[in-house]
Design a protein around this ligand. Sequence first.
Ligand SMILES: [Zn+2]
Length: 77
Amino acid sequence: MKKGKILINVNDIIGKRLGKLEVICYVGHRYTMTKGGPRVRHYYACKCDCDRMAIIQRGPLKNNLYHSCGCARRKAE
Ligand SMILES: [Zn+2]
């Protein structure tokens, strides 16, 4: 482990399927400023059933807020 900079196991959701999305790989992290100070966000490359790739943040991904690259939302239910 390198200096414990990333405290979570970022690979734990690799290969998982979330709706139409399959998590392909961990892309990296970046710091964003929030009201509470800088926060680290982790990003993943996901492949959608429609063959498009999407870069999605770990938090919303794990909370099942994304089920597709955006194509599913356009379809009427
Ligand atoms: Zn799609």
